[in-house]
Design a protein around this ligand. Sequence first.
Ligand SMILES: [Zn+2]
Length: 327
Amino acid sequence: MNSFFYDLFLLVEYHNIERLGDIMLLLGNDRFVTQDYKTHGYGEDYKGEHLSDIRIRGTAKVIKVVNKYIAYEDTIDYNKFLKNKNEWRDETYFNCVSITGKNVRYHQSELGGNQIELESYDNNKKRYLKIYNMAEVFVSVGDIIDSNTVIGKQGNTGLVLSKKQESDETYGSHIHFEVLDENYNNIDPREYATFIKELKYIEQTNVSDARKKQIKIIADKINIKQSPTNESANIGYVNESEVYDINGVVEDETKTWYNIKTNTGIIGFISNDKGTNQILVIEEGHDIEGLIKEVDEQRELKLIYTCEKDGVYAVRLQKGDNLYLDM
Ligand SMILES: [Zn+2]
């Protein structure tokens, strides 16, 4: 199935469904189920107070964030979308008109609006959590969050349906929630939403160690393969900014394959296409931390950062960071 139809199917919302149960604590706040897993497939929909906080129970790592849409201004009525989608389509994007009349461009993979994907474990079994249609996301990729973390706020970005007037700023406000297992199959998310199940994140990355030659993941996500071929089975993923020891290297015509072992016990191969930088090799003795020094603003400082080799770099600067050479 191509991703466009997958997304559409996944995002169909039926908010006129009768209330299914009493208000209960769902994802950290009083909400009730508006569509259950049996009816919705893929996930469940929960309705609560617009802009209320969203939390999980336990710990998890943030592996994907979309946080660029504005609640209400960028809200797209699902029925209008269905009616206009051919006209709105622009290759992999849709030039939508929101319920406030604003032109909003959505990538086909982001029709769920502001969203987040988390990775964690339930009794050592891998789980992925997805939350869509948020008003705002407060966490970043790579963050390890816990029960005290406010992940974001319930909202109405992306495609939604509602019985309310379109002039109501809370039109279609809800949470769409999905939980996937280690093979990326959807499972019933209810016990994760009601906090019956507690998640516990296990860091799968190896420890960064300057005494060893290691690799750092630059791409968002790379499949771990059982053997060093494209046809081999996927047995897991590595994510951006994780670091691994190199247990072996296999070269073929187009790729360099690295044999790794995650801290969760997965042993397999990840690949870097030759001529690209999906994986960065960190040479032995390369003390990345040591490159960043406290500087005295009174002394003469010279801005450095001369990259000597194509595509090689040792530090990734964050917004607001400076790199100086102390003269
Ligand atoms: Zn939904």
